[in-house]
Design a protein around this ligand. Structure first.
Ligand code: NDP
Length: 391
């Protein structure tokens, strides 16, 4: 029996609230807080169980501390934006409450996400006797846990990992992003990077691609991107020689993105407009569809998985572990689209692991540092069944 404080009432926050509400034996009390109270109210009305709501600006540490002191949660589950990671971790330190998130910190004025800012909290969390679980969505999150599961059950040594993320769905808009537009476009437009033979290799954005036959989605072109789980997996997976991350994009999406970039609409630095400063990418976000609003008419599926090669008992071995998620099924269940769903379900399960004592520790952790088995079992129960194909 625990009380969870969810921060951020966007597409992912809605899924987390719904999924926590389905497990009353763990999440006996739920509070959903966000910057705009009406977003919390909308989600509150969809959920049959009573949940509490609150307004908070999570960038403001004293405001977060006051909310935590009032609510007295056992865990703060952060599904606001990466900019809020550090202020929320500061508030957790001050109040002595555990923390979980799904995306690593990035500074607003530089499109660069790295774990160094959050890993720097290690000693302070340890000393305070509390736990932070970082990156517990799908990717990062389940993709890290797939690696830990493969390491535990299938390989003596893992040599290469390719994380493959495909959205073969259709939302009917000429251009929209499936999670927060600002964060999504910052991620895609930065230089690509992968790890090979002990060093990071940088490439121009979207300059390497390959076709891959995704189960239930078909052959799609995937582009090599830098993604945050690569940084922690390089530290935690034994014998790793290469790790890369790939994401599929349709031609329509890429054409829109190129035009937006060329005209300066994806810039993250302020520009003067009619006597006041605006940040073009923030203005663009205001024009684009809200990710949660895509859910109603979304059709098609996502397939996200890890292609893993390595050695078992002296023999070379290749394995693809993946999940397929159907947009329309997610909408039917909890009024969400599959990208929010595949992020929110693992966040709920991560919280469950912490609150039931299956995953415990003092300090700051990435998900692959814990036993993957209880988490993998819960994925099958809570809407994200996984499949293993030995190739
Ligand atoms: P949305 O933009 O839909 O939602 C973000 C929510 O956070 C909004 O409701 C927003 O409030 C709220 N928020 C923003 N700033 C603050 C603040 N200062 N204080 C309180 N609330 C705030 O994004 P998503 O739900 O799509 O994504 C949420 C998170 O999930 C992101 O960090 C994203 O990077 C991560 N993610 C992780 C994935 C993974 O697999 N690991 C995949 C997809 C997303 P308002 O309504 O006022 O704008």
């Amino acid at each position: 029996m625990s009380k969870v404080l969810i921060v951020g009432a966007g597409g992912v926050g809605g899924v987390v609230a719904h999924k926590c509400a389905q497990v009353p034996e763990v999440f006996s009390e739920i509070v959903l807080a966000s910057r705009t109270l009406s977003r919390c109210e909308k989600i509150q009305k969809q959920i049959a169980r009573p949940i509490e709501i609150a307004q908070v600006d999570a960038d403001n540490v004293p405001e977060m501390v006051a909310l935590i002191n009032k609510v007295k949660p056992d865990l703060v589950l952060n599904v606001a934006l990466p900019y809020q990671d550090l202020p929320i971790m500061d508030a957790c330190l001050e109040t002595g409450v555990d923390y979980l998130d799904t995306a690593n910190y990035e500074p607003p004025d530089e499109a660069k996400f790295e774990y160094k800012w959050q890993w720097a909290y290690q000693d302070r969390f340890k000393k305070r006797g509390i736990m932070a679980l970082l990156g517990c969505g799908f990717d990062p999150g389940v993709t890290n846990i797939f690696c830990a599961h493969a390491q535990k059950n299938h390989f003596d040594e893992i040599h290469s990992v390719d994380i493959l993320d495909c959205n073969a769905g259709s939302h009917g808009h000429p251009f929209a992003t499936n999670f927060n537009p600002e964060i999504n476009i910052r991620e895609i437009t930065q230089r690509g990077k992968y790890w090979e033979n002990g060093e990071w290799k940088e490439i121009d954005p979207m300059s390497i691609s390959m076709d891959f036959d995704f189960p239930e989605c078909g052959v799609k072109r995937a582009y090599l991107l830098y993604h945050e789980e690569l940084e922690s997996l390089v530290q935690h997976i034994k014998g790793l020689k290469r790790i890369r991350f790939w994401m599929t994009f349709g031609q329509e999406y890429l054409t829109h993105l190129r035009v937006l970039q060329n005209v300066g609409m994806t810039r993250i630095d302020p520009v003067m407009f009619e006597g006041r400063e605006i940040v073009p990418i923030k203005f663009l976000k205001a024009l684009l569809p809200d990710p949660a609003s895509l859910a109603e008419n979304y059709t098609g599926k996502t397939c996200i998985g890890n292609l893993i090669e390595g050695v078992k008992d002296g023999k070379l071995k290749k394995l693809f572990i993946y999940n397929v998620c159907d947009h329309a099924e997610c909408y039917k269940e909890i009024k969400a689209q599959a990208i929010s769903y595949t992020t929110g379900v693992p966040a709920m399960i991560g919280a469950m692991m912490m609150l039931t004592g299956k995953w415990r520790g003092k300090g700051v952790f990435n998900v692959e540092e814990f036993d993957p088995t209880p988490f993998m079992e819960k994925l099958n129960i809570h809407g994200l069944p996984w499949i293993e194909k030995h190739l």
